[in-house]
Design a binder for this molecule. Sequence first.
Ligand code: NAP
Length: 513
Amino acid sequence: MQRLTSFLENRWVDGQAPHTPLHDATTGYAVAETSTRGLDLGAALAHARTVGGRSLRALTFAERGAMLGELARCLHTHRDALLDLSRQNYGATRSDGKFDVDGAAGTLAFYARLGADLGDRRFLLDGEAEGVGRSARFVGQHLLTPRRGVALHINAFNFPAWGMAEKLAVSLLAGVPALVKPATATALVTWRIVQLWQEEDLLPEGAVSLLCGSAGDLLDHLQPQDVIAFTGSSTTGRTLRGHPRVVELGIPVNVEADSLNAFVLGPDAEPGEPTFEMFARELVHELTQKAGQKCTAVRRVLVPVHLLDDVREAVADHLSRQGLGDPASKDVRIGPVATADQHAAVTKGVAELEAFMDTFVAWEGDLPDHGWFVRPQLFLTDQGVHAAFVHDEEVFGPVATVLSYSGDPAEAVAIVARGGGGLVCSVYSDDAAWATEVVGELAPWHGRIQWGSAKVADQGMGPGTVLPGFVHGGPGKAGGGEELGGLRGMRFYQQRTAVQGDRVLLERAFGTA
Ligand code: NAP
C-alpha cells in the first residue's frame, strides 16, 4: 500500500505506527496510509519560517510569479496521472477531477501573471503619501511587507489540488512560506503534487512544507508573525480560532466554512426562455458536480409558486441525462461522495430533511450496491424562513431544498438572509428593478453574487466556479474569510505599516505608489 510521508525541513519523513488508512470511495478498499505521530512539528515550522521566508523574500514579484508558472506547468504535465489518483482516492469522475486539478493550475497561472505585472519589486505601497506635518515635506506612506512567519494552510477534503493551490499561489506571491495540511482522508493527490514539485526542484528550500495526516500539536508551535488560512467545517474553524496560542498571540485566522448557498428564480422567468434555462441547467450542475461536495454548491432554491411545476419538469429532464456510478466509466457524471464518514453524514442529513418534507424531484435509477453513493435529489417546503434545518445545516452532498415563495423581492431576501451569510448566491431575472433590489439587499450577506439574465445565459461556468480574480469567502456562517480576488488576497499575508517621515527620504527608500 502507498505510504504518504510528510515533507518537513526539506526532507520526506514518515510518522510512527499506527498509520491511518485512506480509502477508494468507489470500492471502499484502502489505497494508502499515513501518520504524523512523533514528527517534530515545532522544528518543521521554524525551518519554514526562517529558511523558507528568507528565500522567498529574496525573490522579486516577477521571480515568484515565474516560480508559480512552473508549478502550474508541472500540474498540467502530470494531469492524467493526477486525475487517476483523484478517482482512486475520492471517487472523482474525470470531469470532477479536472475541475480540481485544472482549477489548481489555472489559479497558479493567474497569480504567475500577476507576479509578472508587479515586476522587480519585493514589497508594495498602499495608496499615496499624505502630509502629516506643517510642510509638504513631512508625509506618511502605507507600506505592505510580507509577514515574517509561516502560513499554516489547513484544507478541506473536497479539493485536494485546488484547495492547496488557491492558498499557496497567494501566499507564495506575497513572499510568505507555507505549511500545507490537507484533509487526511483525501491527501493522496496533494501529496503527489508536492512530490512532483520537489522532484522537479521548482521551489526554494522551505517555501512549501507538507504535513500528511493529523495536525497533532502543530498549533502549539505558532509564533506571532504566523497566520492560519483554514477551509473546512465551522466547528473546526471555531476550534482553531479559540486555540489558546492563537488567542494569546493574536494570530490572524482566515476561515472558509459552511455555506448554505442559494439560487433565486425571479417571478418574471418564462419556461423555455434563456434565463429560465440557465437557471435549470446551472441548478442541476451545482447539485451534482463533485456529488454536491463543493463549498459553493447550491443548498437552497427559491422558486415562485407559479413556476414550481415548470422547474420540476426542467430539473427532471436535466437530471435524467446525468449518469451515476463508477467514476472510471466515460458516461458517468456523478460519482460517490468522498468518504464513509461523508456518506454517513449525508445520509443522516437526508433523513432529517425527509422527516418534514417531500421529495420535489430525484435522480431516477439504481445506485451501485457498493461504494459511497448518494441519490441526487431536491426536497420541497413552503415554510420559507421557518424551515430551520434547511437554513442551519449544510448537507454536504447532492442534496438541496426548494423553498416556494410569492415572488416578492423582500420575501426572497428574508429567506436567503436566514442562512446567516454565504459564499455565493445566484439570482435569475430579466426584471432589472426586481433584481437590482434583490442583488443590492443580498450583497452584504455574500462574498459573491451571480446575476443570471438572457444576454449572458449561454456564458460563464456556473456560480460554483471560484475564479482567482474575484474574492472567495463570505460573511457570518461562511466563516467571515476572504481569499483570492487578485491582489486583495495577498493582504492577509502582508503587514500594512504607515511609515512617516521626510518625503524625499521615503521616496528614495521605498519608491512612489
Ligand atoms: P473539517 O473536518 O473541518 O476538516 C478540515 C481540515 O481541518 C482537515 O484538514 C482536518 O484534518 C483539519 N482539522 C480538523 N481538526 C483540526 C484541529 N483540531 N486542528 C488542526 N486541524 C484540524 O472539514 P472537512 O470535512 O474536511 O470539509 C467539509 C467542510 O468544509 C464543509 O462544511 C464545507 O462547506 C467546508 N468547505 C468550505 C470551503 C470554502 O471555501 N468555504 C471549501 C471547501 C469545503 P483531518 O482531515 O486530519 O482531520
